[in-house]
Design a protein around this ligand. Structure first.
Ligand SMILES: NC(=O)c1ccc[n+]([C@@H]2O[C@H](COP(=O)([O-])OP(=O)(O)OC[C@H]3O[C@@H](n4cnc5c(N)ncnc54)[C@H](O)[C@@H]3O)[C@@H](O)[C@H]2O)c1
Length: 398
């Protein structure tokens, strides 16, 4: 079977779905691998590196000839429509926002796997691209803050005086938040954090942070994810967080609730109550923002309430893509490991009895298997029945 590796089309996307290392893995599975010329350049891999690993390099992929198509960003409907019936695709699908592509995949009879749907279970960890990319994002957002902060992170005791460590506050202690805590600790900051899941207090402590316990009930849904707070609970959380935000030199927000807009944790007034020179990095800017007024890809200067200076509000965008070498190294392993789970003797043949395979599959034989996506498509089309048939037991949380 022939697997094609896309050169990402989206402007600014610098990651790639296979590295020379994973090409070797795919060739070892018995697949013939075709890589689009230049696909790995931004991640540090030349066409020759791919050839040495056993791939052939082509000017552009002949989509209709591929058995397997590997990508990073969600495909557009035209790409999905050019694949042959029965082809297998592996990559990020953003099913809730890319409904036209999902429809094209279903109509085209493509067996598509969306890495956002990988079940959050131990056996699937090596295929979990949300986790691998969140690790990159959590690390990177601390560096973005450090570069904008007009002071040190660590404590310095020098002949010219003592400099106290910066105070870093992290809101949302999932995968990215915990990486942010660990990175800020390694830089020497004094780190505190808050999350609404009950397990998060121990997780924050394990990374060296101090957990801020608010007088607010915890909110956990199935699968270990957070539940959305009601409007009045959200307002109470903001009120309880206000003094902690005011003390922080750096505020990093990473909170998310699957399938929902990012929760608003920090109002403009809370930002205005921070110290002059403080930096706020909103990792959730692209999904609605945890901080009022954040704009993806932009720095905004907000005057402090006392008019003594400004706070820099950074809206993060395409974070993992900003570190394409290691983001691709991890992402490509996620892709290759999922393919390895489905490949025997050079043939990719998904076994839907396997709960990782079944849970990750978005479309198969004309049906949308992910229930929330099928329902969203049906609602979009005004259909009474969901688009395609939903397989039982595939109701993911995202
Ligand atoms: N394979 C695995 O077993 C595996 C892999 C990755 C993550 N997980 C678990 O999945 C869960 C979700 O992790 P994630 O990083 O994908 O989360 P996420 O990206 O969905 O959300 C980020 C964090 O925001 C928090 N949050 C939501 N609303 C909040 C609010 N109002 N205030 C403060 N914080 C808020 C969430 O609790 C979460 O910790 C965690 O329990 C994590 O340990 C398990």
């Amino acid at each position: 079977m022939k697997a094609g590796i896309a050169r990402e089309a989206l402007d600014g996307e610098r990651r790639v779905a296979a590295t020379p290392e994973t090409v070797k893995q795919l060739v070892g599975l018995g697949l013939a691998v075709e890589v689009e010329s230049g696909a790995g350049l931004a991640s540090g891999h030349s066409d020759d590196d791919y050839r040495s690993a056993g791939a052939s390099v082509v000017g552009s992929l002949d989509l209709g000839s591929l058995d397997v198509y590997c990508h990073v960003r969600p495909m557009d409907p035209t790409t999905a429509g050019a694949l042959r019936r029965g082809a297998v695709t592996v990559g990020l699908g953003s099913p809730s926002s890319e409904l036209p592509t999902v429809r094209a995949l279903a109509v085209g009879g493509i067996t598509s796997f969306a890495l956002e749907l990988v079940p959050r279970i131990s056996r699937a960890q090596s295929m979990d691209a949300l986790t691998s990319q969140a690790l990159v994002a959590g690390y990177r957002c601390v560096l973005e803050a450090a570069m904008r902060l007009p002071r040190f992170f660590p404590l310095y005791m020098t002949a010219a005086g003592t400099i106290p460590p910066a105070r870093v506050l992290v809101l949302g202690a999932g995968v990215a938040g915990l990486q942010a805590i660990g990175t800020a600790k390694r830089l020497g900051a004094r780190v505190s954090a808050n999350d609404i899941r009950p397990a998060s207090a121990d997780e924050v402590a394990s990374m060296g942070g101090t957990f801020i316990k608010l007088d607010l009930e915890t909110a956990e849904a199935s699968g270990g994810y957070a539940r959305e707070l009601s409007a009045d609970r959200g307002a109470l959380q903001r009120a309880l967080l206000t003094p902690h935000v005011a003390q922080a030199d750096v505020l990093i927000t990473t909170a998310a609730v699957p399938g929902r807009r990012a929760p608003l944790l920090v109002s403009r007034e809370m930002v205005q109550g921070m110290k002059p020179g403080a930096v706020v990095v909103d990792l959730a800017a692209e999904s609605g923002g945890n901080v009022e007024g954040s704009i993806p890809g932009q720095d905004i200067s907000i005057p402090t309430g006392d008019d003594q200076g400004t706070v820099t509000l950074v809206g993060m965008k395409d974070v993992a893509s900003a570190m394409p070498a290691d983001a691709s190294r991890l992402y490509a392993k996620n892709v290759a490991n999922l393919l390895a789970l489905m490949t025997r003797d050079g043939v990719v043949s998904p076994d839907f009895e396997d709960d990782v395979v079944a849970g990750t599959c978005l479309t198969h034989e004309g049906a949308v298997r992910h229930a929330p996506t099928a329902e969203a498509l049906a609602a979009l089309a005004g259909e009474t029945a969901p688009f395609g048939s939903i397989q039982p037991g595939t109701e993911g949380v995202r």
